[in-house]
Design a protein around this ligand. Structure first.
Ligand code: TAP
Length: 480
């Protein structure tokens, strides 16, 4: 089969107004950091984007003190209606600067511009719009009598959806009346810093949101700070455990959104064309850097060969390359370290006896890249069936009966998400009921909405983000 070649269609970087270096955002201003600064680079070509300040313990002290002052003097005294107005203003500014934010996100993270433009940034705006609407309705949300904010929240986020994770954390915290110190991931600080400019534009009172950049040690100092009332973390299960230990025995409230190893279950009566698109979206969206990615495909044995053949031909049409090109489907892997991890686990998959297939595509010379890969003949004991690869790698297992599908789907230490593909509504409901996963999608995958709670079981963490439930993590005595 021959395909028409697409001409390059790069999104212009002219919309960006980047600074050469960025400070920490504390008490409404950009200030110098006391730690040694670091460079953020584009993972697509390893080019330098900007110099970023690093926060040490003293800076964390300053940021937490600013958040405490803002909580005591302004934010906790402001009516919910007025807090809501600020959140609406932020949401509208995100929409106004959407193109700039999307370009910056693709540049710093490596994700395709069509995803940052059509998924990440619109969801960021909708998260702020949604929680803006809750700010003056907390008394009527069934969250207990007179729900009150906790105080200062320390929030630590990962690199896979940098601005979206910031929105998931900030919007409910602010709507509930808390002030915040947030640490973005070391490899993707850029959009959080542009967002800080948006906060200045929105005239948000100084200290309500503070953004401290740095490495893991900055996050560790933040979650351990004695004047932080609430810790919210999204990231790996290993770091989540460390934070749970640090917070144990204190009065801090804690929510953890950790890893996943979701089963995407395809029954033999599924609409196969749609299922193929759902499988592709489930694991190759955002290069598979998705905590709820459908990384384990469970396909009914009778349709296994047909599904795999069609999947391979679909994957052969995906275009890998420049994240800023509007035709790109698969962007760059976020960092050299993540690429090394994906390579290592894939090599282990092969060594353990699974059959590896990789889509043919030209890999750019510079930057971090990994072509879409499928492993068939995977067994439940294989590392690629158990460990989170967090990359564009799909492990395929088979099943014969619904009971076997459920048992295999639940055979994981994680419990974040799952997908079911079937023509029968009754089967979908019966299977969904028995899956130990926080989110179950039916005949779709990776759908997000601010009104819908999201979170996991087991090693995927605890607490819910999104929806009315997402507010409970930021209010005293509130139960979902
Ligand atoms: P982590 O290494 O856990 O890093 C997450 C954040 O924690 C980063 O900001 C990191 O800083 C910081 N950090 C590192 N060590 C720390 C410590 N000891 N104390 C406090 N903070 C620390 O994860 P990652 O590699 O960035 O992200 C990938 C993982 O996140 C995957 O496992 C994925 O499943 C999970 N994830 C889960 C979800 C949800 S909603 N469940 C969403 C997205 C991602 P540095 O960047 O400087 O290391």
């Amino acid at each position: 089969m021959t395909f028409l070649e697409y001409a390059p269609a790069p999104e212009s970087k002219a919309v960006l107004n980047l600074k050469d270096s960025y400070g920490l955002f504390i008490d409404g201003e950009f200030v110098d950091g006391s730690g040694s600064s670091f460079t953020t680079i584009s993972p697509a070509d390893e080019s330098r984007i900007a110099e970023i300040a690093s926060a040490n313990d003293e800076d964390i002290d300053r940021a937490v003190a600013a958040a405490r002052r803002a909580y005591d003097r302004t934010w906790s005294r402001m009516s919910g209606r007025d807090r809501g107005k600020y959140l609406f203003r932020i949401a509208r500014l995100v929409q106004e600067r959407a193109r700039e934010l999307a370009v910056a996100e693709s540049l710093d993270n490596g994700k395709p511009i069509k995803e940052s433009r059509d998924v990440d940034v619109p969801l960021v705006a909708s998260w702020f719009f949604y929680y803006a609407g809750w700010a003056d309705k907390l008394d009527y949300a069934g969250l207990g009598a007179n729900p009150r904010a906790l105080g200062v929240a320390g929030q630590v986020i990962p690199w896979n959806f940098p601005l979206l994770m910031l929105a998931w954390k900030l919007a409910p915290a602010l709507a509930a009346g808390n002030t915040v110190v947030l640490k973005p991931a070391e490899t993707t600080p850029l959009t959080a810093l542009i967002f800080a400019e948006i906060l200045q534009q929105a005239d948000l009172p100084a200290g309500v949101v503070n953004i401290v950049t740095g490495a893991g040690s900055t996050g560790a100092a933040l979650v351990r700070h004695p004047d932080v009332d609430k810790v919210a973390f999204t990231g790996s299960t290993g770091v989540g455990r460390d934070i749970a230990r640090a917070v144990a025995g204190t009065n801090k409230k804690l929510t953890l959104e950790l890893g996943g190893k979701a089963a995407n279950i395809v029954f033999d009566d599924a609409p196969v064309d749609q299922a193929i698109e759902g499988i592709v979206n489930g694991i190759f969206f955002n290069q598979g850097h998705v905590c709820c990615a459908g990384s384990r495909l469970l396909v009914q044995e009778s349709i296994h060969d047909e599904v795999i053949d069609r999947l391979k031909s679909r994957l052969s049409t995906l275009r890998l390359g420049d994240p800023l090109d509007k035709n790109t489907d698969i962007g760059a892997i976020n960092s050299a370290a993540q690429l090394a991890r994906i390579r290592e686990l894939s090599d282990i998959g092969e060594a353990e006896g699974a059959e590896r297939w990789t889509a043919e595509c030209a890999i750019p010379e510079k930057g971090f890249w990994f072509a879409p890969t499928i492993f068939t003949g995977v067994e439940a004991s294989h590392r690629i069936a158990r460990d989170e690869v967090f990359g564009p790698v799909l492990s395929v297992l088979t099943f014969r009966t619904p009971a076997e599908a459920i048992a295999k789907a639940n055979n994981t230490p994680y419990g974040l998400s799952a997908g079911i593909w079937s023509d029968k509504g009754s089967r979908i409901l019966a299977v969904a009921d028995r899956l130990r996963a926080g989110v179950v999608w039916a005949n779709t995958f990776n759908r997000f909405d601010p009104s819908s709670p999201f979170g996991g079981y087991k090693e995927s963490g605890y607490g819910r983000e999104g929806g009315r439930q997402g507010l409970t993590a930021y209010l005293k005595g509130a139960a979902a």
